[in-house]
Every structure is written in structure tokens, then in C-alpha cells.
Design a protein around this ligand. Structure first.
Ligand SMILES: *Cc1c(COP(=O)(O)O)cnc(C)c1O
Length: 472
């Protein structure tokens, strides 16, 4: 048996301090809402940078004391404001080790272990999502960067098919590429397009229906006008409603016009992991690229996302960084830098590998089903309450609520905001409102690993009780 050496010269106490605190923090489920004000936080973190370094344990104690009042309990079951996951403890532990090992996961030769964990986890991902097993995957910081990568590959490939080499023409000498997006596309896709050099003149906004789904007839009409190379961005899992575009219809149109189909499926792609929701994703497998998150439904600690591209050559043409000092021998495994915009990067594959293993296939599928069942249960409890309007078809894990006693939009918007405040007041829930289709809505996302039916019973009861006080 190999001896595991200990290194007595290494000061282990900051690590131990963090580990002991970590278990306690997770066990006691601290505040959902920050308790410190901005000026208090500036005060606790502030002061001049000391001339001399301090002992590590002291710094960690100080960091905990300064940070905790400014933390948000987004990993907890009562957090419904945005689509965020629960930072699975096994993923967190793997993430700690990632830092302990301090690997630079750019190249296989820089960390064969990180490269191989990543390679295996990417295979599992394609398998559980049932996407083409030959697709290439980049592990990113999130769905925004995953979208950026998919769209970079799209731009390169669409120009190549039109007879232009992007590496040579750049944007300045290439013909315009037209991108078709829903008027309700997630803001991060517009940001990704901006990073890639697309302006509003390249972007055609397609009307959406009352669930946020792209209008297929309108898309068909708009695509028929003569334009050069085309990209279509579909949505699987609308940020408010959870709705899916008609993916088969979009894939048909993309095929007809020789366009690249990218699907923003930041959390919706996971519907494919459960038989109860898989049908909504039909047609998604026909796309050219997909962006999805690891830190949302898969509960991987921040940050993790996946850029999945059907055409590996296009993916690599858009992303690869090569130089003679960055080796990749034929006998080597995966060079992550071929699929990401970064060179030096964190070994994100360890946390992905560990979290997927912690759930297993069935665990992922059960979790998705549980969250969707939770959303249905909450809808069921609220649907007949006078004045509570559920504005979306509850098809996934999202509810869009408005509180309206029939005295006009201004009154309803004010009441919805009052409900937001009231729901947040006892610190047991975290909600936010948004503007959607011209009105104020309360968004309910059910996506944290620990959220279950009992939380929904309690939440429904609280919503109804508060509504009777506020709207009655
Ligand atoms: C969250 C989300 C994004 C952006 O993902 P990040 O991980 O925050 O970068 C994009 N699209 C949709 C539909 C999302 O829900």
C-alpha cells in the first residue's frame, strides 16, 4: 500500500477552520436575506491593506464574520426569486479539492486528472440529456458563456458554409449574418451576441406568445426574406414561465433555410432527464448547439455551465488556442482549452463529475420530477383563490403570479409588490418581482435540491393567508 505523506510544515489551520465552519453553516441554515447594509459591509471588509500579512486562521475568522451578514441563502428551499441551484455538498467538497490541488485545467498535460474527469463527466452529460454522443462539450462558467461559445461556433460555421473563412475575414470583411431571436429571449443571449460583434441590425426579433414561446409563423415569414447566413436562437425553459419553444417546428425551419439552430436551455434541458417532462424537449436533439447550466438544476456549486456543439470542428475552430509551448500529443487526452475561451482555467470537471455521481441518473431524474410536481402542487393550491392569478401554464418548475382584485393594472402591480414584501418579511422566504408583459409579476422558481412538497404546502398556506390580509 502506498504511504500517504503528511507535511508538518504546511499550516493546515485555515483549511481546518473553513471545513469546521462549513459544516456548521450548512447545518444551521442561516439567513435567507442579508442582514447587513452596504455601509456596514464596507466597514467590515474595509480599511487599508495591511503592510504585513496576518495569520491565516485569523483572516478566515475575519472573513466569516464580515461575509455572513451579507450572504444570500440562495441554496435553501425557501429561495424562489431566481433560478439558482443548491450547491450540492458533494460538489462543494470536490470544488474544495479542486482548489487544494490547484490544477490549471487548460491542457491534458497540465492536469491529466482534471482533463479525464472532465472528459468522463461530459460523456455522462450527453448520455443523460440524450444528445448526440459525438457532440463536443465545453465546461464553462455558466449558460451565458455557453451561449457565447455555441453562437461563436455558429457564426464561424455559417460563414464557412457561405464560402468565407472567419479566421481570414473577421467581422469586417465577412457578409452579415442574421440572428433570429424571440422578443423574449434571455438577456444573456443578447449580451453574447454583442460580445460576438452582432448589433441590433443583425438581430431580427420574433414575436412571442403569452407564454414566451416564439411565434413559428412569424419566424417562418421573417426567415423567408432574403438574407445571408442565418442563426436561430430557440428557448427551452423560459426564464419566467418555463415554456418551451416548438422545437421541432424551429428545427424544420432551420433545416429549410440552412440555418444554425442554437437552443438556450439553461435549465430546461434537464427536463429531458425525467420521463415526466421529456416530451416537451422533443426536437431539441435536432439543434446544432445547446447551452445549459450546471449550477442551476444540476446543483453544482457556482460556477458551471455546458456549451454543447454538434459539430466539433466548428466548436474547435471558434475556441481552440494553439501554440508550440501548449502541447497536445496524439496519446494525450482532452485539452479543455479547445472548447472554451479561457486558457488558464479551474478544473470544473471535478465538481461536475462528483455532483453527477452523488445524484446518479435516477437522482437527477427524480429531482427534476419533484420540482415540477412541487410547482404543480403550488398551482393547484392557489388556482381557485380569488384574486390570485397564475399567468403561466405550469409546465415545469416555474410559476408567474399576480395579485389582482380587479381594480386595474396599477392596483394589481401595487398589490403584487406588497405581497413580495409581505412574503419576504419573516425571513423564511426570498422572493422577487419582475416586469413581464407590461405588468408586475411575482416569480416562483422551484429549483433548490432540498425543496419538496411540504415546503409547497407551507408556502401555499402563507401566500393565501397574506393575500387575505393584503387583498381582502
Ligand atoms: C440563467 C439563464 C441564462 C444565463 O445563465 P448564467 O448561468 O446565469 O450565465 C440564460 N438563459 C436562461 C434561460 C437562463 O435561465
Amino acid at each position: 500500500m502506498k504511504q500517504i505523506h503528511s507535511f508538518p510544515t504546511l499550516d493546515r489551520s485555515p483549511l481546518t477552520t473553513a471545513a469546521v465552519y462549513a459544516q456548521d453553516y450548512r447545518d444551521r441554515k442561516s439567513n435567507l436575506h442579508p442582514t447587513a447594509t452596504l455601509s456596514e459591509l464596507r466597514e467590515s471588509f474595509g480599511g487599508d491593506l495591511p503592510a504585513r500579512g496576518q495569520p491565516g486562521t485569523e483572516i478566515i475568522d475575519e472573513l466569516i464574520a464580515a461575509a455572513e451578514p451579507g450572504l444570500v441563502g440562495n441554496t435553501q428551499p425557501g429561495f424562489h426569486a431566481w433560478v439558482m441551484g443548491g450547491s450540492h455538498p458533494v460538489g462543494v467538497a470536490a470544488d474544495w479539492l479542486t482548489s487544494i490541488w490547484g490544477q490549471n485545467a487548460a491542457l491534458y498535460q497540465g492536469s491529466p486528472a482534471a482533463a479525464t474527469a472532465e472528459e468522463v463527466a461530459c460523456g455522462w452529460l450527453l448520455d443523460i440529456l440524450d444528445l448526440p454522443r459525438t457532440a463536443s462539450v465545453g465546461i464553462t462558467t455558466g449558460a451565458t458563456m455557453a451561449g457565447f461559445i455555441g453562437l461563436a461556433a455558429a457564426r464561424d460555421e455559417m460563414l464557412r458554409r457561405d464560402g468565407h473563412d472567419f479566421a481570414e475575414t473577421g467581422l469586417q470583411y465577412a457578409p452579415p449574418v442574421t440572428v433570429f431571436v424571440s422578443e423574449e429571449t434571455h438577456a444573456s443571449n443578447l449580451a453574447a451576441l454583442r460580445y460576438l460583434g452582432f448589433g441590433s441590425r443583425n438581430i431580427v426579433e420574433v414575436p412571442a406568445d403569452d407564454q414566451g414561446r416564439m411565434n413559428v409563423d412569424a419566424l417562418s415569414r421573417l426567415m423567408a426574406a432574403p438574407q445571408g447566413p442565418k442563426i436561430v436562437i430557440a428557448t427551452a425553459g423560459h426564464i419566467n414561465t418555463g415554456a418551451f419553444d416548438d422545437l421541432n417546428a424551429l428545427a424544420d425551419l432551420a433545416e429549410e433555410y440552412g440555418a444554425w439552430l442554437h437552443v438556450d436551455a439553461a435549465f430546461g434541458l434537464w427536463a429531458r432527464a425525467s420521463v415526466s417532462t421529456r416530451a416537451m424537449t422533443e426536437g431539441i436533439e435536432r439543434a446544432d448547439s445547446w447551452s445549459t447550466d450546471g449550477h442551476k438544476w444540476l446543483q453544482i456549486p457556482f460556477d458551471a455551465g455546458f456549451a454543447i456543439v454538434r459539430h466539433e470542428h466548428a466548436h474547435r475552430r471558434a475556441m481552440d488556442i494553439t501554440a508550440s509551448y501548449l502541447p497536445n500529443e496524439p496519446r494525450d487526452g482532452r485539452n479543455a482549452t479547445s472548447y472554451n475561451p479561457e486558457l488558464s482555467r479551474r478544473g470544473r470537471g471535478f465538481a461536475v463529475w462528483a455532483t453527477m455521481k452523488a445524484f446518479g441518473r435516477d437522482g437527477i431524474s427524480d429531482m427534476v420530477r419533484n420540482h415540477c410536481d412541487c410547482a404543480s402542487l403550488l398551482a393547484h393550491k392557489l388556482q381557485h383563490v380569488r384574486g390570485i392569478a397564475i399567468l403561466n401554464d405550469v409546465v415545469l418548475n416555474q410559476l408567474v403570479l399576480s395579485f389582482d382584485r380587479g381594480r386595474g393594472k396599477t392596483d394589481a402591480d401595487r398589490l403584487t409588490r406588497a405581497m413580495e414584501d409581505a412574503l419576504n418579511a419573516d425571513g423564511r422566504h426570498f422572493f422577487r418581482t419582475a416586469q413581464w408583459r407590461g405588468r408586475c409579476v411575482l416569480r416562483v422558481s422551484i429549483i433548490s435540491q432540498d425543496t419538496g412538497p411540504l415546503h409547497m404546502q407551507e408556502l401555499a398556506h402563507k401566500i393565501i393567508e397574506l393575500w387575505h390580509e393584503i387583498g381582502g
